[in-house]
Structure formats: C-alpha cells, structure tokens
Design a protein around this ligand. Structure first.
Ligand code: PLP
Length: 273
C-alpha cells in the first residue's frame, strides 16, 4: 500500500526548499505527498525577500480537511512562522497522537532571514516538541531551543541532544553541518542512548533546502515502516546523493537546490529527450 505523508510547512516559489522540496522528496521516495501551507515566502536561491503567513485558523482548516478524509501515515512539520500557527497545529496533532511527527524546527534561512518570529521559539518548544517522534535541529536551532551557545564539538552536540530530549520529543537528531572541519556528523538521542551518523562534508554551495529534504525523507521512510535509526540512515543517504547530483540542475546563481530525482531521471536533461 502506498503511504500518505503530510507536510505542514512554508512555500518556496523557487522550488528548492519548503513544501516544494517536501513534495519532491515524498515523490522521489515513493509515498503520496500532501501539503498544508503555513506561509508564502518570496525567495530565490539568493535569499528571502518576503514572508506572508497564512491566517492560523486557515492553517488549521487545511489540516482538519486532510484528517477528515485521508489516512495520514506520517507528518513532517517545517516552517511554522509564528506562535499562533504553532498553537493551532499542536491543538490538532494532539488529537492524532498515533501519527508519527518529524519536526524540523525551521528558524532562519541560509541568507539570514527569519522564518520563525522571535517570540515563537517558546511556543514551538512548549507545544510542538512534545508531539515529535523526532526533532531535527541544526546547531543554531538546537542552541536557540536550549537558550545556550551553539555547539562547537561532538561533546556539545551529544549533550544538547540529550538536553533537548528532556523537553518531550521521543528522539532528537542534532545535525552537525555547521561544525568546523571536514566532517559533518549528526547525533541521535533516543531513549537516553546516543547514536552517531558519520558523513564527510560535501564541497558544494548547492545546499538550499537540505534541512527540508532530510526531514521529509525521514518522514517518508518512517511512513513506509522503517525504525527511526534506519529511516535516518536511509534519508541521509538519499540527501547525500541529491546534493552530489545537484550540478545536473541550472537553477539560480546563489545556493542552488539539490537534485531530488537523481535516482529517477536517466540523464542530466531529465526524461525529455
Ligand atoms: N524557505 C522555506 C519556506 C523553508 O521552509 C526553509 C526551510 O528550512 C527554507 C526556506 C530554508 O532554506 P535554506 O535551506 O536555504 O536555509
């Protein structure tokens, strides 16, 4: 049976991040993708020039419409924009605790634009973290959630992953992409146990939407029934290949998108030959 996965996230009209990345990832990994929008952004590969949040009641209406009709096998939460949207999303998902939630606590875009209101970190932490099967912060996001300095070492990362577990999520994946050095390790804290996922840093500027893509891939693999650690390993493998193949695309002059369909398109020009 083909699984259904819902993304609750913002729109990136340039197609590399947000719900566009989520739907591409779901499609590439063989699950049926759905998307409830929290915000429109105006952006390209060079940065974000505008953010237009959806009224919170209408975010709720979109999610309620899906749950009223469609079986949801996993939810991915991305850009949540503000505290009122966090509250509405939490109120609904609290009634669907059987559905695993992958929470990407999106806060700041690569170019520095705020994708979460400053006063919304607390609502996200208090209302959404406890609903997550796994939360996937990068180093600045982990630091913001804990009101601590950013991790500079593996020891810091492991300690912060365990500290975030205490805020209620079943598991925490702290992503080490912002560490200095050639390695880019991620650490999973789950049930008090620490697991490392090793990776070499890929020399590329095509990293737009990598966080969105990873969290969506984890949600897709969980929906298909993989246990969490395997879902993460599989998602990281998918993302690494998508980053490695990003050069096939010609999209903008800034941080380009990853090639979500690297395994499906026969050649660099896609299926139109
Ligand atoms: N725009 C939207 C709508 C997003 O949800 C995200 C996700 O993190 C981003 C932009 C971030 O993009 P980038 O990977 O370039 O930081």
């Amino acid at each position: 049976m083909i699984r259904n996965v819902l993304s609750i996230a913002g729109s990136d009209p340039s197609g590399g991040a947000g719900i566009q990345a989520d739907l591409k990832t779901f499609s590439a990994l063989g699950v049926y993708g759905m998307a409830a929008l929290t915000a429109l952004t105006a952006q390209n590969t060079q940065g974000v020039s505008g953010v237009h949040p959806v009224p919170p009641t209408f975010v709720g209406a979109q999610i309620e419409a899906i749950f009223a009709d469609i079986g949801v096998d996993a939810v991915k939460i991305g850009m949540i924009a503000n505290a009122a949207i966090a509250e509405v999303v939490a109120d609904i998902l609290k009634r669907h605790r059987d559905v695993p939630v992958v929470l990407d606590p999106v806060m700041i875009a690569k170019g520095g634009a705020a994708l979460l209101a400053a006063d919304a970190v607390d609502a996200l932490s208090r209302r959404l973290l406890p609903l997550a099967a796994v939360v996937t912060p990068n180093l600045p996001e982990a630091a913001a959630l804990l009101h601590e300095a950013e991790a500079k070492s593996r020891e810091d990362m492991a300690r912060q992953a365990l500290a975030l577990s205490k805020l209620g999520p079943a598991a925490v994946l702290v992503k080490g992409g912002h560490l200095d050095g050639d390695e880019s390790p991620d650490v999973l804290a789950s049930g008090g146990t620490i697991t490392w996922f090793e990776a070499n840093r890929l020399p590329t500027k095509n990293t737009h939407g990598t966080g969105c893509t990873l969290s969506s891939a984890i949600a897709a693999e969980i929906a298909k029934g993989l246990p969490l650690a395997q879902a993460i390993a599989s998602a990281k493998d998918y993302l690494a290949q998508a980053v490695a193949a990003a050069g096939q695309l010609s999209v903008g002059s800034g941080h380009g998108p990853v090639q979500h369909f690297h395994a499906l398109w026969a050649d660099n020009e896609g299926v139109r030959k």
